[in-house]
Design a protein around this ligand. Structure first.
Ligand SMILES: [Zn+2]
Length: 407
């Protein structure tokens, strides 16, 4: 029997399918796809290989980080380094970033800004060399104005012709998503998060053109005005959503309700490794109010996912997502809903419904086994004992302890 047709039953004391807690059971897979979920208590099918994690382990869909930058090295000089590194050095840094994410149970990442389409080259490199990695969705360089936020990545485009050409290029090269820097950002000198970068007409036409080409759309929005304009332009996801104004953070209940009603995915940039550096000053001064608004968005029922901005700074290494989950729960979201947000909802946000993010027949077997019960104790998400990517055991940080194999 070849590895690709291996019939494998993964048993655990607790299953979470991306929507619900199923209790004890097993996930059945044949090679890459899941073929069934069994919670009947029946023994594994005869002749199947069995990985039995036992009573104290939860098996759930692999985690999805909807906003990372694999080309940023999570150092204090990440933005400077990405500007000057040569492509080969940057590619090696990205390979390491992908491995770091995978070993933390992150089986899908959406790269919302690389330098000159290197994440596409990374994907080819990983596939060609059989290197285990998360599934990578790519935006290429984000669309930005001349000298605007993240212009260092090479995606400057202004006016209808350049914007149309930029969308076309991303579709032709194989990106899945177009990212637009609709407001300024805190990490680019001279850029201010509370300023708009594009006109409402420009935003609308980029979204329409991207959708015509089958690409999803993500808007980087800090400014209140840019949040409103991105909503009206019907971006699929709103990134950051910090409600920044010139002198602080707006508290706008009506806008929060509008966001929730719109169904747009709200990608919250929370999560940092405790004690590992501070956010940029524009964010740090406003952090409590930004968190307050995130909690209000959650209460209002917005379609929340997590997009950590992994790679941006020392507090945001490429395995920061479990910390973001803890913060989401600290903001008041129940653990089950938080885990739903980083699995099933995130898959929907990325256009991957049916492919990953849920334990369901037909989905690829992207799974994580966690010691403990993150559905009641969210900090358990740090205790990864095994990761399966497309049916292949990656092994967590080492070969999982206590797994009984048979068959
Ligand atoms: Zn970002």
């Amino acid at each position: 029997m070849t590895a690709s047709s291996q019939m494998l039953a993964i048993r655990a004391g607790s299953l979470f399918d991306g929507e619900r807690a199923l209790g004890p059971g097993m996930v059945l897979m044949k090679g890459g796809p899941i073929t069934g979920i069994d919670t009947s208590g029946a023994p594994p099918p005869a002749d199947w290989l069995v990985h039995d994690f036992g009573a104290g382990v939860t098996v759930m869909p692999g985690l999805i980080d909807c906003h990372v930058h694999l080309s940023l090295d999570a150092s204090g000089r990440a933005m400077e380094n990405v500007a000057v590194a040569d492509d080969d050095a940057l590619l090696q840094c990205m390979v390491a970033a992908a491995a770091t994410a995978l070993h933390a149970g992150i089986t899908t990442v959406r790269d919302l800004g690389d330098r000159r389409f290197l994440s596409l080259r990374l994907r080819d490199h990983l596939t060609r060399n059989g290197i285990p990695a998360p599934r990578i969705l790519s935006a290429g360089p984000p669309l930005t104005t001349r000298g605007g936020h993240l212009a260092v990545m090479g995606g400057e485009a202004e006016g209808p012709d350049e914007l149309r050409a930029a969308v076309d290029e991303r579709a032709t090269r194989g990106c899945e998503v177009v990212k637009v820097i609709a407001s300024g950002g805190a990490t680019t000198p001279g850029s201010r998060p509370h300023d708009d970068q594009y006109s409402p007409q420009d935003l609308r036409s980029v979204v329409d053109q991207a959708h015509e080409r089958g690409l999803r759309t993500a808007a980087h929005v800090h400014a209140v005005t840019s949040i409103v304009e991105a909503l009206e332009a019907r971006f699929d996801s709103l990134e950051h959503v910090t409600f920044m104004t010139a002198d602080g953070v707006a508290s706008d209940h009506r806008l929060i309700e509008r966001i929730a009603e719109s169904g747009a995915f709200v990608s919250l940039t929370i999560g940092a490794v405790p004690g590992a550096g501070k956010p940029p000053p524009a964010v740090a001064q406003r952090l409590e109010q930004i968190r307050c608004n995130a909690a209000r968005l959650s209460i209002a029922g917005a379609n929340i996912v997590l997009g950590t901005d992994a790679g941006l700074s020392p507090g945001k290494p490429h395995d920061v997502l479990p910390y973001a989950l803890e913060e989401l729960v600290a903001l008041g979201m129940p653990p089950l809903r938080a885990l739903h947000a980083v699995t099933a909802v995130a898959a929907d946000a990325c256009g991957l419904r049916g492919l990953t993010g849920r334990l369901a027949p037909g989905a690829r077997a992207d799974l994580v086994a966690i010691k403990g019960d993150p559905l009641s104790q969210i900090s358990d998400v740090h205790n990864v004992v095994a990761v399966y990517r497309d049916g292949h055991l990656i092994g967590g940080r080492r070969q999982p302890a206590g797994v009984q194999t048979a068959g």
